[in-house]
Design a protein around this ligand. Sequence first.
Ligand SMILES: *Cc1c(COP(=O)(O)O)cnc(C)c1O
Length: 374
Amino acid sequence: MRNIQMVDLQSQYKAIQHEIDQGMKAVLDSAAFIKGPQVRDFETNLQEYLDCRHVIGCGNGTDALQIALMALDLPPGSEIIVPDFTFIATAEVVSLLGYVPVFADVSKETFNIDPDSIRKNITSDTSAIIPVHLFGQSCDMTAIKNIAEEHDLRIIEDNAQAIGSYYNNNGSKTALGTIGDIGCTSFFPSKNLGAYGDGGALFTQDDALAKKIQIIANHGMETRYYHDVIGVNSRLDTLQAVVLNVKLKHLDKYNQARRKAAHMYNSFFEHIPEIITPREVEYSRHVFHQYTLRIQDDHRDPITQRLKDKNIPHGIYYPVPLHKQQAFQGKMARHGDCSRSLELTREVISLPMHTELTPETIEYIAQTITTYFK
Ligand SMILES: *Cc1c(COP(=O)(O)O)cnc(C)c1O
């Protein structure tokens, strides 16, 4: 078994090469590199896919989060509740804008922010919550929305990892990213809907917020060279929109391939008590941005070594909880009890997950782990 990849973008490209190459060529011929018609096409296609009134492309997922916070115009000194167990981008933008990130603990079963921990961290300064739909499935959005309504808080969904998934509220399904005030996503190449470079987008059902977002992402201007607010320069470029337009058509199929791979992995680990396979919550559809196991009793690190010895790629997402990251030490940041998040950093391991995994590769990876326990 040679050359296993964590994410296999080369094989995926081969399958859609003709369409991508043609689309790229059209952009090169037209030279409409910035705000070419393909960008608006993609935004419209994604609006339809998500059943969302507004999709606004931008430079990357981190920019999307930053622009979302800028558009909400929260009071200075606001505290913003984020999960302690996530990629730093979620909290980085909070600090960057001078707000105070407050790290809430997560559930060990779902890896997602724990509504009880959100409640415990609310103060009179709390203005917003940024739930992250981590690894590919929804947070408990009913609980989070109830908290937000009770305390008059805004919600920004960080949906960088779960595009194509939904929240199922008693049979009524809503696309993730369209439930809060604003949703953000990333088109980083390895994401479920990945470009061939950086890209991101914001989603909102609110016309006024959409307008603000458009203005902020474009130097705070509506009329050329008249700047109404301080903005940023953050655009989805035309070449990336070509790729995304092609891949959006395949997104459901891609997510289905991820689910199939995940369920095959599960079947190999089911009977090993030290390994906890990913729980799939009844109120969402897991699209497995990551396939993440929890390995108990300190077996994680020897297994990691075993995978290294066999050249099998794997990831530890995430090795350090946000409240312990150096970047936040001595900064305006706060956290309550985050012991479950800390425990997760010692238990988790993510295995190769992409749309081109074969049953043979999955079996080989899984057996490299299961034979450790024999
Ligand atoms: C990838 C990611 C981001 C940032 O996206 P970029 O496009 O890399 O800036 C933000 N939040 C989460 C949870 C992510 O996984």
